[in-house]
Design a protein around this ligand. Structure first.
Ligand SMILES: CC(C)(COP(=O)(O)OP(=O)(O)OC[C@H]1O[C@@H](n2cnc3c(N)ncnc32)[C@H](O)[C@@H]1OP(=O)(O)O)[C@@H](O)C(=O)NCCC(=O)NCCS
Length: 196
């Protein structure tokens, strides 16, 4: 897979139906992001995300588009949400139905990684059922019973599976990004019952 950077574009890959570009999300993208997440949430693949939540966190989001003869077409979305000075979560990742398995998901995660590097965040985290996909993106599984960063529970309080969560925690250490100097210790978050 070819990945490159261009002005305003965080990742670009060649896919069977055209070139896929990933860029920072804009306000006009929100209805498509909302609908895409809702589609997969309806299938139990991810947490539903209210439209207000998407607007409030829009600077976290990236949008992937396939360049076609009629212009760019929405192909997926994902977000990088900073949890603490040393860790950011890849969340809200959803590739549009019909463009799965063409490198779109990997391109969005790549854009998140570029952004984390720019900010100086050395670790990416994800809660996921798609372990194989994240392994292909360089993530490794962690032991939920002991290896979790104290800030990774930020969205658990609005999750219907708050008790009895069966998602996997995965991390990726970004080579060449040092731990921030003078990093304050992260405050302990409430740990959902049933996980530890
Ligand atoms: C999971 C998801 C994001 C993957 O995106 P995608 O565009 O289909 O995946 P890609 O084409 O970028 O795949 C990248 C690599 O991961 C592999 N891969 C993709 N899904 C996989 C899976 N479920 N299991 C194992 N490997 C997988 C691909 O074969 C590919 O391997 P390669 O690099 O050797 O060619 C996408 O299928 C999706 O949106 N699913 C529904 C919502 C969801 O589950 N979101 C994740 C919430 S954390």
């Amino acid at each position: 897979m070819m990945t490159e950077r261009a002005e305003g574009v965080e990742a670009r890959v060649a896919a069977p139906h055209g070139i896929v570009s990933v860029r920072a999300a804009r306000s006009e993208d929100v209805p498509a992001i909302f609908e895409n997440i809702g589609h997969w949430a309806g299938q139990g693949k991810m947490l539903v995300r209210p439209m207000q939540n998407i607007f409030e966190n829009l600077r976290d989001f990236f949008v992937a588009e396939v360049d076609g003869d009629d212009g760019p077409t929405f192909a997926g979305n994902g977000a990088l949400h900073i949890l603490w000075g040393d860790i950011a979560e890849v969340r809200g990742l959803a590739v549009a139905p019909g463009v799965q398995a063409q490198g779109v998901g990997k391109a969005i995660v790549s854009a998140c990684e570029v952004e984390a590097r720019r900010i100086g965040i050395p670790v990416l985290f994800a809660w996921t059922y798609s372990v194989g996909f994240f392994e292909k993106c360089g993530f490794t599984l962690i032991d939920k019973s002991k290896d979790l960063h104290p800030r990774v529970w930020s969205e658990c309080l609005r999750c219907p599976f708050f008790v009895g969560c069966n998602e996997n925690g995965m991390i990726k250490r970004l080579d060449g990004v040092p731990m921030p100097k003078n990093l304050p210790e992260a405050p302990q978050a409430q740990v959902p019952p049933g996980i530890r």
